[in-house]
Design a protein around this ligand. Structure first.
Ligand code: MHO
Length: 305
């Protein structure tokens, strides 16, 4: 059997299993079987990726990469598209309550996006660049800006002080970093400024070295490129498709459920909180099971960037 046959065998596998039981276990079995076939024709690394020898080309052997599980699911499960519009309409994308805003710089913005997105009382998040003068910065041409997380929160559920506590607890405020990753509190009003300064003084008592955090008024916030938004969630294209935010930057940025799942997929929030709010989020069974597995596996691992 040559390697191209092995790929069509992977396609055939999708016909071998019908989802008579837990659909996630079923897709995992298909994945493992496909990998087993694949290894006969290629090399497989422990992280689940590998290289398939596809025969010689003019520039030497051609290789293709075996997909990781999320991408395999995306590719081998076209039925996914059949999550009905009606089920999707239950998903809690919008929460229509008056919100307040908080904006922080705490190094790579992927991590606080996951942290705050899964914090109870946070309505939505977006990542971007702020603090500098350069117009329309981009990730590759950031100028004098800093990576930042911008949070909409419901002040009836969570306070700015609670958010500041999370800010201090979840990054290193005493190391000096380049401007892109510097520690910043961008206040939106005088009340936020005073609280920020008060908490900085309290933090300073914990350290022998000076706290590097800058407290400044928020200036123009430029949204980062779509591929940075809900970055952890986007590692699961299957899931993005299932909740209707794939290839739709605006919806991805504004969606409450996307903010939540962006943390849950790396275990932030934990199993208990996830179980408590899965119904409120309107998660369809297949989606809930998929996310539940990830929360369970990853709970306690902390933030990643
Ligand atoms: N650890 C990441 C940082 C990305 S970030 C959005 C990287 O090295 O690419 O700055």
């Amino acid at each position: 059997m040559d390697s191209d046959d092995s790929l069509s065998d992977i396609d055939d596998l999708s016909a071998m299993f019908h989802f008579t039981e837990d659909p996630i276990s079923s897709i995992e079995r298909r994945f493992i079987k496909a990998k087993m076939k694949f290894t006969k024709n290629g090399t497989l690394k422990e992280n689940g990726t590998g290289e398939l020898r596809k025969g010689p080309s003019r520039n030497g052997p051609r290789k293709s990469t075996f997909p990781s599980l999320p991408f395999f699911m995306d590719w081998a499960w076209p039925d996914l598209g059949k999550i009905t519009e009606q089920k999707m309409s239950n998903y809690l994308h919008n929460i229509d309550v008056p919100v307040k805003k908080a904006t922080f710089g705490m190094a790579c913005f992927w991590a606080p996006d996951a942290l705050f997105g899964t914090t109870v009382g946070v309505v939505r998040t977006r990542v971007g660049y702020t603090g500098g003068k350069k117009k329309n910065p981009t990730y590759r041409d950031l100028g004098d800006h800093t990576e930042a997380i911008d949070i909409d929160y419901d002040p009836c559920v969570i306070s700015y002080k609670n958010l500041l506590d999370l800010f201090w607890q979840n990054h290193d405020p005493i190391s000096k970093h380049k401007l892109q990753y510097s520690s910043f509190i961008y206040y939106h009003d005088e009340e936020q400024k005073e609280l920020a300064e008060k908490t900085l003084k309290e933090q300073q008592k914990k350290y022998n070295e000076p706290v590097q955090t800058n407290i400044v008024p928020l200036s123009t916030f430029y949204e980062a490129e779509d591929y940075h938004q809900k970055y952890r969630l986007q590692q699961h294209p299957w899931l993005c498709e299932a909740i209707g935010v794939r290839q739709c930057g605006t919806k991805l940025i504004k969606s409450h459920i996307a903010a939540r799942l962006n943390g849950y997929v790396i275990g932030i929030g934990g199993v208990k909180q996830f179980n408590e709010e899965a119904e409120k989020l309107g998660l369809e069974d297949k989606v809930r099971d998929y996310v539940y597995k990830l929360v369970k596996e990853n709970e306690g691992r902390g933030l990643i960037c």
